[in-house]
Write a protein that binds this ligand. Sequence first.
Ligand code: HEM
Length: 430
Amino acid sequence: MTTTDRAADAAGTGAAGADRLPPEFFTDPEPGGTHAANTRLRTSGCPVHAINYPPGGDAYVVADYATALEGFSDPRLSKQVENAPAWFRDLLEDSSPVLIRNMITADAPEHTRLRRLVSRAFVPRRMALLRPRIQEITDELIDALPESGEVDLMEFAFSLPMRVICEFLGVPIEDRPDLHAWGYWLSGAPFADEESNAELKRASDSIERYLVDLLDERRRTGLGEDLVSILLRAADEEDVFTNDELVSTLVLLIIAGHKTTANLIGNGMQALFAHPDQLELLRAKPELAESAVEEFLRFEPPVYRGTLRVATEDMELAGCPIPKEGFVHILMDSANRDPEAFEDPDRLDITRGPNRHLAFGQGAHFCVGAPLSRVEGQVAFPTLLRRLPGLTLAVPHDSLDWVFDNSTSRGLKKLPVRYDARLAAGEGDH
Ligand code: HEM
């Protein structure tokens, strides 16, 4: 049975079919918007609801903060593909084997082994050392903008993290368009239609070939201080990773390392445009960048729901029964607006503190790249506001188009902006 057949079957006669949320809850939210739909979920009795996603799967969304926290640390919710229903596992193994041999699809103790090396490379102290280079890259990208006029700020938003992650990994930046295209398909895996899954398989094979070649070349030409070299050295000397795991880990870092941070910049800027008082406050007080970035992550999280989680036994979450092999999607965009956890949650307040948002997840799988993307955000927002006076949205705010693809990220298709002048780097400093 294909996933499309399963979806039809589930929508028709499945036990929970009648009151399940449709798959479009994720991919084509109703006109009132995601946040209005989430509020309805949180206030309709039980914060856990059945959803037909992946189409044909037995699946649930978690909408409130307290249950989301519980879900992130419940050992009965597995991230291991082996615990998913056979049809889903086969679909992933057939379409994108390169995705499922890294930490994000593993439970302890495998998870601990696969994560340790990478997380050591991403500690905040090391990321702080990257700050001057991130500032330089940000300035170079702004130098390349026209002196005034209109641009699509999503191009900047995608270029910054892609250049940073390529440099950090030691991957040639010229290969960015290929990495970007493969990342698009891989971050949506698996799809409900065969055509998309065939495209996904092509992307999976291509990125695997690309990285195997890159690793071979790095071994031949000698290791440096980049992250690929650090991981290679550990894999070769300490026998910590198989080559397959190394390739899969690099795929994860490339995918997780750019679209997410691009959407932090895009989602954060659009939130500022919708709240001009907060924009002016950040322009006047760039020292607020740290708390502002946390507030953007809370208010419009770039990753709106958790990645694969599957119940390993029949269980309950917030009193709602979840059967063995049921999928559980934790909605961070809903938890982050839960009034039980945040005062006045629909208000953007760049001075908010404490701000215990769930945009990077929680527990063992807490985002490895959080320290890196935080630095990128803390550099990007104040630099854009300082160097582009008059920066403003060039279209009506309600005409902005959100991307609702198959992946767990949510961002804008385009962010057309205009500005009065482009100041030189260093000019306009406080
Ligand atoms: C604003 C930017 C980012 C956001 C919002 C974000 C969000 C997340 C979230 C929510 C998770 C946990 C998923 C779950 O438990 O279901 C996660 C995991 C992860 N992220 Fe990020 N991420 C960002 C940037 C990055 C960057 C820049 C990198 C690396 C270069 C990265 C690498 C990872 C990795 C490797 C994991 C898996 C951790 C594990 O399974 O132990 N992320 N991220």
